[in-house]
Design a protein. Structure first.
Length: 247
């Protein structure tokens, strides 16, 4: 059993952006941009892709990366990673999302360090800068305790500016503890196994956010703050933003 490994959960179909991981950006699938980025940024960690379709497997193995086939019926990326770790057998797992092409080595190493603080699960957040972003339900928000443990994740605006309603501006967002959740996680292998046996939570089902299953069942999630730039690709418009960033 290795101490720590990166496992990237990969699902072929996507509701908002069909087959986005195979969407070509400058002639290469998004998934390969992510794979090469992780390899370059964090070469010290073994890297695996937990895939649900042979098209995804062929995409990564054709370029020398390792893939583990998993059940297409999994409800969440964490479930998929847990199955893959039966093969990988890592004591700790870092989950880098397959649609985060600007992940940094600093972010990956920060996740590994957060697990050393005693929490069974860790993730990252970054300060919001614009009111238009905090109002976007596709950009998930997180509020935290003073010790950095997550209190709640939501697609709604949190904290809610009671005196302003939804009429927030950029200055208010920057002056208050408004944090965007990044889809990066780390888990102990023990929590991964327990997670798969827990029923989907009430809040998880309402918000469609799998991390709420852990909170609802009493597990702490350590949350670190990063200011590294990121572009999560959730829509064709996001893919265009990443392509523009590449220049």
């Amino acid at each position: 059993m290795s101490d720590i490994a990166i496992i990237v959960p990969c699902r072929l179909e996507s509701t908002r952006f069909p087959r986005k991981l195979l969407h070509k950006i400058k002639g290469r699938p998004l998934l390969l941009w992510v794979a090469e980025r992780i390899k370059r940024e964090a070469p010290e960690f073994p890297l695996y892709f937990a895939v649900d379709h042979e098209l995804l497997r062929n995409c990564v193995t054709g370029q020398g990366f390792k893939a583990v086939m998993t059940d297409p019926a999994h409800a969440s990326g964490t479930d998929r990673i847990a199955e893959a770790n039966h093969t990988v057998r890592a004591a700790k797992v870092i989950n880098v999302q397959a649609d985060e092409p600007l992940v940094t080595g600093g972010q990956i190493r920060a996740l590994a360090g957060l697990l050393d603080g005693g929490a069974p699960m860790a993730t990252l957040a970054t300060p919001f800068q614009r009111a238009v972003d905090i109002a976007n339900p596709n950009q998930v928000k997180v509020v935290m305790r003073r010790d950095g443990r997550a209190l709640y994740f939501s697609r709604s605006i949190i904290p809610f500016p009671r005196e302003r309603g939804t009429a927030v501006d950029d200055a208010w967002v920057r002056a208050n503890p408004c944090f965007k959740h990044l889809g990066l996680y780390a888990y102990s292998a023990d929590l991964l196994e327990k997670f798969t046996k827990l029923p989907p939570g009430r809040y998880e089902q309402a918000e469609k956010l799998e991390q709420l299953r852990a909170l609802e069942n009493g597990y702490d999630i350590a949350c670190g703050v990063t200011e590294d730039p990121t572009i999560g690709v959730d829509t064709p418009e996001d893919a265009a933003k990443f392509e523009a960033w590449l220049g």
